[in-house]
Ligand binder design. Structure first.
Ligand SMILES: Cc1cc2nc3c(=O)[nH]c(=O)nc-3n(C[C@H](O)[C@H](O)[C@H](O)COP(=O)(O)OP(=O)(O)OC[C@H]3O[C@@H](n4cnc5c(N)ncnc54)[C@H](O)[C@@H]3O)c2cc1C
Length: 301
């Protein structure tokens, strides 16, 4: 790529990054979108809860989004992985894993997060297929089925209420001693939600469709769906590279304008919020693009 200097570099070219790219392309900004093709929902067969695209595959939605953004000729695309971001003079230097360097006035981080799979054989294979991260995205399709929740503590209790709305055939697996109050356990019992504290050995499945949970004590339970809340990490290390602040939960800290604590560095999509959905990622990307364009316009006027 000949041109190395851009108004804006967007790191991550999935839903949020492409949406930011559209706002900026329509503002005739010189933009580079760098992406390494690993959106977090890539294993899920169908994406739901995004109007106009409900039930399409994640790849189909991303393909349509990219086709839209490609119409704007000041937006360029680069397949690769960003490994380092640094502050230079009046902007930033961005380095890819192949050693290529690009320069930009502003960065939009739309790099999502990496979900960290627990050490349970079968879990990763079922992730996004029959192991579900969110009731709004996939709960309707498995409503009334024999369902489990793999979680513990306050999060498990809150999640139980949401999932109980979709199925009454529900077990909460805490995979070890439950970190719940006496009142919470009583409430689960009142709603006939079974509490199971056995340690999980394995998830048996057929091509990602869960069949049963096998426990270390030899017991087994048949299941048709399992909700799970799992930890994550950021895909781009902007906290070490640039001193970008993270929240206690590990999200990039942004204000109402998608601005981080580093001037010129913006973030949007899954990397800033627990409200993980395609619709939300698109909305935040669209807004981040507009805010960055406004900032550039102010500076140039
Ligand atoms: C299993 C699963 C199923 C889901 N199902 C649904 C659903 O049905 N409906 C719904 O609305 N939401 C669903 N979601 C949530 C939805 O997928 C996310 O909210 C959405 O993908 C967030 O978009 P994003 O652009 O912020 O991040 P992502 O889509 O995760 O994209 C991040 C992009 O950044 C790129 N990237 C990361 N690091 C780098 C780097 N260093 N260099 C270059 N590129 C990089 C990645 O390759 C990726 O393309 C699901 C999530 C999961 C995990």
């Amino acid at each position: 790529m000949e041109n190395k200097n851009f108004d804006v570099i967007i790191i991550g070219g999935s839903y949020s990054g492409l949406s930011a790219g559209m706002s900026l392309g329509r503002s005739v900004r010189n933009v580079l979108i760098i992406d390494n093709g690993k959106p977090c929902n890539r294993q899920t067969p169908h994406s739901h809860n995004f109007v106009t695209h409900d039930g399409k595959t994640p790849a189909e939605i991303a393909k349509l989004a990219k086709e839209d953004v490609e119409k704007y000729k000041t937006v360029q695309f680069y397949n690769g992985t960003v490994v380092k971001t640094s502050k230079v003079n009046d902007g930033f230097e961005i380095e890819t894993s192949s050693g290529e360097k690009f320069y930009t006035k502003k960065i939009i981080l739309a790099s999502g997060v990496k979900d960290l799979m627990p050490d349970i054989p079968g879990f990763a294979e079922c992730w996004g297929i029959s192991v579900i991260h969110c009731p709004y995205c996939h709960g309707y399709e498995v409503k009334n089925e024999i369902t489990g929740i793999l979680s513990n503590g306050e999060m498990a209790y809150e999640f139980s209420k949401l999932v109980f709305n979709l199925t009454k055939n529900l077990t909460l697996f805490t995979n070890g001693k439950a970190a719940l109050s006496k009142e919470q356990i009583e409430k689960l019992d009142q709603n006939k939600i079974i509490l199971n504290e056995d340690e999980i050995k394995e998830i048996k499945h057929e091509e990602g469709s869960i069949q049963k949970v096998v426990f270390k004590n030899g017991k087994e339970i048949q299941l048709q769906a399992l909700y799970a809340k799992i930890p994550f990490e950021q895909n781009v290390n902007v906290s070490d590279d640039l001193g970008c602040e993270l929240t206690e939960q590990g999200f990039i800290k942004v204000d109402m304008m998608q601005k981080t604590n580093i001037p010129g560095l913006f973030a949007c999509g899954d990397n800033v919020t627990m409200m993980r959905s395609v619709a939300n990622a698109v909305a935040q990307g669209n807004f981040a693009g507009a805010v960055v364009n406004k900032e550039l316009s102010d500076e140039e006027f």
